[in-house]
Design a protein around this ligand. Structure first.
Ligand SMILES: Nc1ncnc2c1ncn2[C@@H]1O[C@H](COP(=O)(O)OP(=O)(O)OP(=O)(O)O)[C@@H](O)[C@H]1O
Length: 220
């Protein structure tokens, strides 16, 4: 569960988040939507305490995000991430897994199946398509089996089939709380239970069935 109260974040004198309030309950899949520059990445970075807030509080599963204890509960996939092109898909997962202690080989096999890269596990990742690389990023994220998944534009730059693959994987995960930013309202409808709409520094949360596409268009 995520609880954001009164979060204000500025870059110099550009106030991007202005007294934002947002609660995401356990098991919800919430899309963060808004026009380019609305502040979606800023909100995600602030939640993860990667960016200092001028004021406000964030609790993740009841733990203040300035403490470290919440980190085991969250897995984060940034919009852009770096893998090791000379390593195979499987070696990449194993490398990132090894950064956090003993490697669980069964878990590696599980996540490679989940993202449908088991057959391609021995290919060097430099030979992977963009869609395969994105699924490899998901595999690394899923390895930790965190309850809360935060993804910044996970389908950005993918073709329709690649997007469908990522959506199918995310839909297949039971019992996860998900927050993801997206520009694709069609995929939001397929995947999410709620929409957090960011405009002029404020957030309004809707149930997905109550969110009108015209809300996004009005700002155009
Ligand atoms: N490091 C930074 N320094 C100064 N201004 C920044 C910085 N990062 C973002 N901004 C500004 O903050 C605002 C919000 O940017 P942000 O990247 O959070 O929006 P976004 O909704 O994620 O955009 P997009 O949909 O284009 O990814 C924009 O006006 C952007 O120019």
């Amino acid at each position: 569960m995520i609880e954001v109260a009164g979060l204000t974040v500025s870059y110099r004198n550009n106030k991007v988040l202005d007294d934002v309030h947002l609660v995401i309950q356990k098991g919800e899949r919430c899309a963060l939507v808004g026009r380019n520059g609305a502040g979606k990445s800023t909100l995600i970075h602030s939640l993860l305490n990667l960016l200092p807030a001028a004021s406000g509080t964030v609790y993740i599963d009841g733990i203040d995000h300035r403490r470290h204890e919440w980190k085991k509960k969250v897995a984060y996939l940034p919009e852009k991430f770096q893998l090791y092109p000379q390593l195979t898909g499987e070696e990449n997962v194993r490398f990132f897994a090894s950064l956090h202690g003993a490697v669980d080989e069964e878990r590696i096999e599980d996540v490679l199946h989940t993202v449908r890269l088991w057959e391609a596990r021995h290919m060097k990742s430099k030979q992977y398509s963009k869609g395969m690389l994105q699924r490899l990023g998901l595999a690394i994220m899923l390895y930790y089996d965190a309850d809360l998944l935060i993804l910044d534009e996970p389908t950005s730059g993918l073709d329709p089939l690649g997007r469908a693959d990522v959506l199918a994987i995310l839909r297949s995960l039971p019992n996860k709380t998900v927050l993801l930013s997206s520009h694709h309202i069609d995929e939001v409808r397929q995947l999410c239970t709620h929409v957090a709409y960011l405009e002029n520094g404020k957030i309004t949360k809707y149930r997905v069935e109550d969110f009108e596409l015209s809300t996004l268009m009005e700002g155009e």
